[in-house]
Ligand binder design. Sequence first.
Ligand code: PKZ
Length: 227
Amino acid sequence: MTSRQPSLRASAWQAGGFVRDDTPTAEVERREAVIESLAGTVRDLIDATIRTTVEDDEVHRVRDDLAALVDRLRVSQLPGPAGVRYNTEFRSWNWGNAVVGAANGIAPPLRIVHDSDGCHADVVLGAAYEGPPGLVHGGVSALLLDHIMGETASGRRRTAFTGTLTMRYRRGTPLGPLRLEGRIVGEERRKIFVAGSISDADGVTVEAEGVFIQPAGTPTAPERPST
Ligand SMILES: CCCCCCCCCCCCCCCC(=O)SCCNC(=O)CCNC(=O)[C@H](O)C(C)(C)COP(=O)(O)OP(=O)(O)OC[C@H]1O[C@@H](n2cnc3c(N)ncnc32)[C@H](O)[C@@H]1OP(=O)(O)O
């Protein structure tokens, strides 16, 4: 007999990974802008670290300076990861998220636009996202598509988790400016079927299809006007 692993419904939603937080939207947005400016500089740091050719001694001095900055941020920390919070207006914020986290210097970050057909995002991927020379790592493509397709399924009013995601890499995806898209192609009970793609200026480089599932018992907010 096989024992079933706990689903996200049990492990994340009910255990508090999604936290109702009544911070007013204006205050969320003020703090988000502050933390986002720090994460932007961290992102520059990552790119500069990958591409630097300065002498070894200078590398060591920069490392020591950075260690001192880390100590300053450690003075006051959350006890664990940032999780997902949402307020009474269903404004949600997930500042640690690997793809859209405002506080996460390893997130590109993706700025997702919800429209009547689904979602899209324009992003510029640099040296930190390289796999084959000059090309986006295949796992990074899957990461970004997973997220934008999950947001498409979720539609800003419910949370749908990835059940199955299938990728077709049609050709190499060059580093640089890219467009990501997701659209709902069907729904059956709690299952939402989504198609997604990554394109460069010459067309589609990666196609994906996925089944996203709204865990039983999780809330659905009223419809919101599209942005
Ligand atoms: C209101 C507040 C607003 C807050 C707003 C926040 C912002 C919101 C943005 C979110 C954006 C996220 C974007 C990132 C998306 C990730 O990256 S999520 C992380 C990766 N995914 C995971 O870790 C999921 C792990 N799996 C699980 O937790 C559970 O298996 C699932 C997926 C929740 C399903 O569990 P379950 O609900 O117990 O499913 P179950 O009742 O067995 O089956 C329901 C149906 O789904 C089907 N199904 C189950 N598993 C699968 C599967 N793996 N594949 C296909 N079909 C399946 C079943 O066959 C069944 O179908 P029907 O019988 O109805 O035809």
